[in-house]
Design a protein around this ligand. Structure first.
Ligand code: WTA
Length: 653
């Protein structure tokens, strides 16, 4: 990666400001070290203490960790709880009138939802789900825009022990259908559509299409009338509007107490092989880390106004919109729109208007907004901010420093949080009142997370050497399995060459201070604007087109998105050139958008008579990555079956 060089040379240190540390939950390096030592002394005791501190249990657990069937670990297994009761009921009546959610729509209209109102909405909707025959353990797919109702739908599932699977609203009908079928969902919750950047996006049509293509498990669809003007009753199953579904339902719904290991949700993410993996998270362990990290890493207090810009379709929206902040009873902003509408000041205008104090976003957004110039944020009063966070990809020091100076006014710590769909919650991140910050490093593992950088045999590599990022001991919010595929779970995350360590799939190095620097994925995953996409997934979509014979996809560094997708395609028949090539590029980009979603559209498509392969037929992606960057092929090309193809793909013939 291009920005890696600047990351590697960065060594400025930003120590926590005394004013921040004084009121922070963990306010010194000594306090942090003591937590690390506590986890080392008594690993299970440490997690048991936190599980009691952060979660209200209906039946207290007596056993903390059951590792008898590793890597299928169980946490707090004989305890029972309800996650929605932890996020809502336990704050009542004390916080009945406190705002839980400030919802802002694309056009700027604002709604405040108090904890009591959230309770009532969730209870009614949970009753509506029950009325549709949804029971504990049933799967429900949620395909909604980034609106408070998405959180309501998630919490309503949790309330009755149904397992939700949120599908990002930007995914296509095909992607939606695959997820519905893999989970065998009984019900789909959607909206007619939503507004983003002043434009209408129709969601319901995608649901109709998905069902048309065959989703035998689905019995009903509930559609929220959000933008209006979209016909209902158009799909092949029973349909209700949200309003019809909750009509006459009481605002009380007894939460179903579930075992700690009961799955709370399934969330799909990309990996090395074609099919996205349904990552399964537990109820108890997941909530412990969600709440604990929200408290420690974001230092959230009762008077904070917190805003995480992630969509609920991603893990960040699960842990740091729905579950973590609500478990702590804070006030948060949920925003339906985009950062550049009506103009590039939208985020900062919202920070000013809602007096946001803790703000969490992705490096790609920071880089895009940085490009618009300092004068945009400088127009707004950002003095309410006290802490900033980033997630999703490495942040280059230039963007880090801009975020720190221009947005944070030099006074806000930046917490660069490394974690994954699979880890459930932050795993490596600076605790802001305690840890010195170095731009570009996610700093130190959180207490209780035993992370290391190892070689392919599991031995720690020397300081400053690159290696595999692993977590050596289980932690409560770790994924439990891949839905329906225990074997793939084991093979992917606990490979035989490592002695029982969790393999994250990232490469990293550790510096002299023990700080961790993430270098990028070691598998075939491309990180576009913080969204994980598997090269195989995009390749499968391309070759599914009737005119495509073969395709290879690689990532290329991009100064705003982090990485972008470049596809090398061999078509059936003659290689298209000139206008025919342009037309084919458009066709294939639209095709990929339809197969997966617009985020997976290749930025560039090049055509070749074939692809560079070894004599054993393996595509040499290393060479393609170089060509995509416009660099002449380096390293050994002598094993190539067809060296002449390189010139063609570089555009030199
Ligand atoms: C990358 C997102 C560097 C990493 C929460 C990881 C990061 C993948 C960071 C997970 C960070 C996430 N610094 N890289 N702070 N945070 N990543 O599952 O490659 O969508 O493996 O979860 O994003 O992406 P996922």
């Amino acid at each position: 990666m291009d920005n890696l060089e600047s990351i590697l040379s960065e060594n400025r240190v930003f120590s926590p400001a005394p004013e921040f540390s004084e009121r922070a939950r963990i306010g010194s390096r000594a306090a942090f070290d003591e937590l690390v030592a506590e986890a080392e002394r008594d690993f299970e005791g440490f997690w048991a203490r936190l599980a009691r501190e952060f979660v209200t249990w209906d039946t207290p657990f007596t056993q903390t960790l059951d590792d008898s069937n590793a890597p299928f670990f169980k946490w707090f297994a004989d305890g029972k709880l309800n996650v929605s009761a932890n996020c809502i009921d336990r704050h009542l009546p004390a916080k009945a009138d406190k705002t839980a959610i400030i919802g802002e729509s694309d056009d700027g209209s604002v709604t405040h939802i108090s904890y009591q109102e959230l309770h009532d909405r969730v209870a009614k909707f949970a009753n509506a789900l029950k009325a549709q025959g949804i029971e504990k353990g049933d799967r429900v797919v949620i395909y909604l825009p980034m609106i408070p109702d998405a959180t309501v739908a998630m919490l309503a599932c949790a309330r009755i022990g149904a397992i939700h699977s949120v599908v990002f609203g930007g995914f296509s009908a095909e992607a939606l259908r695959d997820r519905i079928n893999d989970t065998e969902a009984k019900l789909v919750i959607t909206a007619d559509g939503n507004m983003r950047g002043g434009k209408k996006v129709i969601l319901k049509g995608q649901v109709d299409k998905a069902l048309e293509h065959g989703c035998p498990s689905v019995e009903a669809v509930i559609m929220l009338e959000h933008i209006g003007g979209v016909a209902t009753g158009t799909s092949s199953v029973k349909e209700l509007t949200w309003a019809e579904a909750i009509d006459g339902q009481p605002a009380e719904c007894e939460p179903v107490m579930v075992e700690a290991e009961h799955p709370l949700f399934i969330l799909y993410t990309s990996g090395s092989t074609g099919k996205p993996k349904g990552i399964v998270h537990s109820s108890g362990g997941y909530l412990v880390n969600a709440a604990m990290t929200s408290s420690w890493v974001f230092d959230l207090n009762d008077d904070d106004v917190y805003w995480c810009t992630a969509d609920v379709g991603w893990i960040t929206g699960h842990t740091y919109v729905t579950y973590g902040p609500l478990a702590l009873g804070v006030t948060q902003v949920i925003f339906e729109g985009v950062p550049t509408y009506p103009d590039g000041g939208r985020f900062w205008d919202m920070v000013e208007r809602h007096k946001v104090s803790v703000f969490y976003t992705a490096p790609t957004a920071i880089r895009a907004l940085m490009k618009l110039g300092d004068e945009v944020p400088n127009k707004y009063d950002l003095s309410s901010l006290r802490l900033l966070g980033t997630v999703g990809e490495p942040i280059n020091p230039e963007a880090w420093v801009w975020y720190h100076q221009v947005i944070g006014g030099g006074r806000c710590p930046i917490t660069d949080t490394w974690w994954q769909t699979e880890t459930g919650a932050h795993a490596i991140a600076p605790i802001p009142g305690a840890i010195d910050l170095v731009p570009g490093s996610c700093t130190l593992p959180l207490p209780g997370i035993i992370a290391d950088v190892v070689d392919d045999h599991g031995h720690s590599v020397p300081t400053e050497s690159g290696g595999n990022l692993v977590i050596k001991k289980p932690w409560p919010s770790m994924l439990r399995t891949i839905w329906g595929d225990d074997e793939r779970f084991q093979r992917t995350y606990f490979p035989d060459n490592l002695p029982g360590y969790y393999l994250a799939g990232d490469s990293a190095r550790r510096d002299q201070d023990g700080y961790i620097w993430i270098m990028g994925r070691i598998d075939d995953v491309i990180n576009v604007s913080g969204h994980r996409l598997g090269t195989m997934e995009v390749e499968s979509a391309l070759v599914a087109h009737p005119e495509v014979a073969e395709a290879a996809v690689v990532g290329r560094p991009h100064d705003v998105k982090g990485e972008s997708i470049v596809a090398f395609v061999v078509v059936k028949g003659d290689r298209p050139q000139g206008e025919a090539a342009e037309a084919m590029v458009k066709t294939l980009r639209d095709w990929v958008a339809e197969q997966i979603g617009p985020i997976a559209k290749p930025e560039e498509i090049r055509f070749g008579d074939n692809l560079p392969k070894t004599r054993s037929g393996k595509i040499m992606r290393r060479l393609l990555r170089g060509i995509a960057k416009g660099e002449p092929p380096e390293g050994d090309t002598s094993t190539l079956e067809n060296p002449a193809i390189l010139e063609q793909l570089m555009g030199n013939d």
